[in-house]
Design a protein around this ligand. Structure first.
Ligand SMILES: CC(C)(COP(=O)(O)OP(=O)(O)OC[C@H]1O[C@@H](n2cnc3c(N)ncnc32)[C@H](O)[C@@H]1OP(=O)(O)O)[C@@H](O)C(=O)NCCC(=O)NCCS
Length: 174
């Protein structure tokens, strides 16, 4: 698609992000959030401390977003974590891939050495295929850890990739 712009999310973007968040959560098939998650919780999820969120705009309208943050504190803070949501009306058009690539670049720029997804629903075929095509591997399966709105209990996957050759990683500072 033409006229796609990825940029840091601003507080003024939240109403559009909230619409997408609610659509994604209402489907009950990809994220564990309750359908009645308050807006303030969603706002903190995207704009809390230490979080970099970016939105993607098509012709001036926000159609998707990602957030990048550390996956763990202290001795685990060289590993990033990220989340992605694309509006149901804008899926299958390459937006998720653009966001994924942008997020990987942003993580490298921020100094992260690896990225981990903790909770990819195993039945989420678009996500699993996208992350594998972007270099992630399934490193663990959490049996029946997600209660899918239509399928019942399904596995959740832990997916991981390094962001550069570990041989080139800087020596740990401490
Ligand atoms: C997962 C998600 C971000 C993908 O975004 P998208 O814009 O639809 O994805 P893209 O159009 O960029 O497609 C990327 C890849 O996904 C895969 N894919 C897309 N739709 C698919 C489908 N219906 N079935 C299987 N694979 C599919 C393909 O491998 C595609 O690769 P391609 O570029 O070779 O065609 C989006 O579906 C979404 O927001 N889902 C709800 C929230 C979610 O699941 N977030 C991720 C949680 S881990």
């Amino acid at each position: 698609m033409n006229s796609l712009v990825i940029r840091p999310a601003l507080p003024a973007d939240f109403p559009a992000m909230w619409d997408i968040f609610r659509d994604v959560v209402a489907a009950g098939d990809t994220y564990a959030f309750d359908v009645d998650t308050p807006a303030a919780v969603a706002e903190a999820y995207w704009f809390g401390p230490g979080i970099l969120s970016c939105v993607i705009e098509h012709k001036g309208a926000v159609v998707g977003m990602y957030k990048l943050c550390q996956n763990a504190v202290g001795r685990g803070n060289h590993v990033a974590n990220a989340s992605f949501m694309v509006s149901p009306r804008a899926r299958g058009l390459g937006i998720g891939r653009l966001l994924g690539e942008h997020c990987l670049d942003a993580a490298r720029e921020a100094g992260y050495l690896a990225m981990q997804f903790n909770y990819v629903v195993s039945s989420n075929a678009p996500a699993v295929a996208l992350w594998e095509s972007l270099g992630f591997q399934v490193v663990g399966t959490l049996p029946l850890a997600f209660r899918h709105a239509r399928r019942g209990y399904v596995d959740a996957l832990v997916m991981y990739r390094t962001l550069s050759d570990p041989a080139s990683w800087p020596p740990p500072e401490h």
